[in-house]
Design a protein around this ligand. Structure first.
Ligand SMILES: [Ca+2]
Ligand SMILES: [Ca+2]
Length: 99
């Protein structure tokens, strides 16, 4: 799968309400998917940190930036790693979101 297709695929899965942006609750689901825990408050802070245009929501561009920036040394940044794992996991079309 092309990298951009992969991002699009992941993004669509994470974007539960289909508005083209990832909100804090949607980030929470993302973290839960890779076995992590994030409070809504933490998700809101994380979204604000990764948000590039200040609307508090993550666009696909923001997601790509976050994943591309993620590296193994940045263990502290769980959300980046979670995104990376989610994208890496998404090689096929048969990925099922756990709710
Ligand atoms: Ca959304
Ligand atoms: Ca934004």
């Amino acid at each position: 799968m092309e990298k951009l297709q992969q991002y699009t695929h992941v993004f669509r899965q994470l974007d539960k309400n289909g508005d083209g942006k990832l909100s804090a609750p949607e980030l929470q689901i993302c973290i839960g998917k890779v076995g992590g825990e994030l409070t809504l408050e933490e998700a809101e802070i994380a979204a604000a940190m990764m948000d590039s245009d200040g609307d508090g929501l993550l666009s696909m561009e923001d997601l790509i930036k976050v994943v591309e920036d993620a590296n193994e040394e940045e263990k502290a940044n769980d959300l980046k790693m979670a995104f990376k794992i989610t994208v890496d996991d998404c090689k096929g079309d048969d990925v099922v979101m756990k709710n």
